[in-house]
Design a protein around this ligand. Structure first.
Ligand code: NAD
Length: 531
């Protein structure tokens, strides 16, 4: 039975298992085997606030040693044919599918999200494994190009692995993000040194265990654990390419460090995503979709919607539906399916969420529902919250809250909606609700975000792994998924083989005649419409 306090969101049943029952010292020791470091660090579960795992803590020297091991292993791994490397992903896919309950437990224990939201990570990991398992060979195959002298210059572009990729992962989607970036890098022939967030390190270590079981040589994936500014910086200091997911602030620091070393960096950063409800939207579907878009993982999803723009003619009718659904969302800390929304990830998120709501209210915003810390459910639970009247310079207006806090605004016409949605330096995701798909597509073309979901919040674009995914503006550099998601882990190498005649005057030909000959040849090439 779901219990409902006098007012506020109801509470889902707690379930019989706790994070501490699941994460035993034996499990921690098994997963953390091989993590270098003589220090110790303790992670806590946000569901209860209890200590969860005592893990090895790496230092900068451990990171250097991990890179050395990875470099040695990478030389051999790069010689394995790509179809064999890709086959590891397909075996990994089946292992994750079979053993998903273990990962769901770990993800819930480490992040505090509901089981259904944790399952999104399983879906993400499986999608990536299947896609690159099947498509990597075609993305990476050598390509012939027309040479400078057609027929006589034979040109092949091939893709070489970067070497050892440095990967930095946040706590919010530890499985989907770690695997989403790592699998294409491995398939392209790289090794990786990963620094997960300590709070969610066990989930990443679990993924590594399964990938090794699927056939990845152990030393090809090194995992180091420790503080971001120390261990993360040491990873960036040795990497041949950096793949970073986290906040825009840290992303800038990482980008500067990578730029100083002239190594590439792909950066998946923050967002302040908008959802637009147009006058012709199906309001029931839109309200249901907005619940998922705003409150999945308690809003701690880079794609989460924090700004709602409603056409004035439907705003009240939409809000009636949306507020009712938001109020009905149950909060739950159980390790079973059923709860509507889980916990915030810890004290830092709770502080930000509380500060954004309190500041907005103190400056005149109205709470339509929510707005309360719920320690009766767990130490970091916070109700899904809707605010009206949020405006600059309130922090909730333009800063990423990264929590279940959404501001509601009204617009008069399409131009105003687009202008308001685009009025942010971020550019990750947006969502448009309309019964007219062509209109949705037209508006999408005017929105400055890396993904636009029409009649869905975020999952349609995010789950479509064949298409690139990432952010514009302050939301990042580069893309994951699709061709871009694997090609970025390679260097292009062009091999041109010249046949029969050299590219210069033939013996006895004077320079002027040669220049005239080449001018003629180039003119003919244009006339023949050669590309
Ligand atoms: P964060 O930037 O604080 O930390 C991210 C990671 O960087 C952690 O592993 C951290 O230890 C490490 N780190 C910290 N300082 C570092 C440094 N100086 N050098 C190297 N590494 C360092 O972010 P967070 O709070 O853990 O994660 C939430 C943020 O991540 C949000 O802004 C969210 O929008 C963003 N995010 C983006 C995406 C995306 O795909 N665009 C996905 C998930 C999360």
């Amino acid at each position: 039975m779901t219990e409902r306090p006098a007012d506020g969101n109801p509470v889902a049943p707690p379930g019989s298992r706790t994070p501490v029952d699941i994460v035993t010292p034996a499990l921690v020791a098994r997963l953390a085997r091989g993590v270098p470091g003589s220090g110790r660090t303790v992670s806590r579960t946000p569901l209860t606030g209890d200590p969860l795992a005592e893990l090895p803590e790496s230092g900068p020297a451990d990171v250097s040693a991990a890179f050395e091991r990875a470099r040695r292993a990478q030389r051999t791994w790069a010689r394995v044919p790509v179809r064999h490397r890709a086959a590891v992903l397909l075996r990994f896919h089946d292992l994750v599918l079979r053993r998903q309950a273990e990962a769901l437990d770990l993800i819930q224990a480490e992040t505090g999200k509901t089981r259904l939201h944790a399952h999104e990570e399983i879906q993400g990991a499986l999608g990536t494994a299947r896609h690159y398992g099947r498509r990597a060979a075609s993305y990476l195959r050598p390509r012939r190009h027309r040479g400078v002298v057609p027929m006589l210059t034979h040109v092949v572009e091939s893709r070489r692995p970067k070497g050892v990729v440095g990967q930095i992962v946040p706590w919010n989607y530890p499985l989907a993000l770690a695997v989403g970036d790592a699998l294409p890098a491995f398939t392209a022939g790289n090794a990786i040194v990963t620094k997960p967030d300590t709070q969610a390190a066990l989930t990443v270590l679990w993924a590594r265990e399964l990938l090794v079981e699927a056939g990845l040589p152990e030393d090809v994936w090194q995992i180091v654990i420790g503080e971001g500014p120390v261990v993360g910086a040491a990873v960036v200091a040795s990497a041949d390419h950096v793949t970073f997911t986290g906040s825009t602030g840290t992303g800038r620091t990482v980008a500067r460090q990578a730029a100083g070393r002239l190594v590439g960096a792909s950066l998946e950063l923050g967002g302040k995503n908008a959802l637009l409800v147009l006058a012709d939207a199906d309001l029931d579907r839109a309200a249901e979709g907005a619940i998922r878009a705003c409150f999945t993982s308690a809003g701690q999803l880079c794609e989460s919607v924090e700004r709602l723009y409603l056409h004035a003619s439907v705003a009240d009718a939409f809000l009636e539906r949306f507020v009712a659904r938001t109020r009905a969302l149950s909060l739950g800390a159980g390790l079973d399916y059923g709860a509507g929304m889980g916990s915030l990830a810890g004290p830092r998120q709770l502080e930000t969420v509380t500060r954004h709501v309190e500041e907005a209210v103190s400056k005149g915003a109205t709470v339509l529902t929510g707005g309360r810390h719920r320690p009766d459910v767990g130490p970091y639970f916070y109700e899904p919250t809707l605010l009206e009247g949020v405006q600059a310079p309130m922090a909730a207006f333009a800063e990423e809250t990264f929590g279940p806090v959404v501001s509601v605004h009204r617009f008069a016409d399409e131009d105003e909606a687009v202008e308001l949605a685009n009025a942010t330096p971020y550019g990750l995701n947006s969502s448009v609700w309309t019964r007219d798909a062509r209109r949705g597509g037209r508006i999408a073309g005017r929105l400055r975000t890396g993904s636009v979901n029409v009649n869905e919040g975020y999952a349609a674009a995010y789950g479509s792994v064949q298409a690139p995914h990432g952010g514009m503006g302050d939301s990042g550099l580069g893309r994951r998924n699709g061709a871009e998601g694997i090609v970025k882990y390679t260097e292009a190498q062009t091999v041109a083989t010249q046949r029969l005649m050299p590219l210069g005057p033939a013996p006895g030909m004077d320079d002027e005649r040669y220049a005239a000959l080449m001018s003629g040849v180039l003119g003919v090439m244009k006339a023949l419409r050669l590309r």
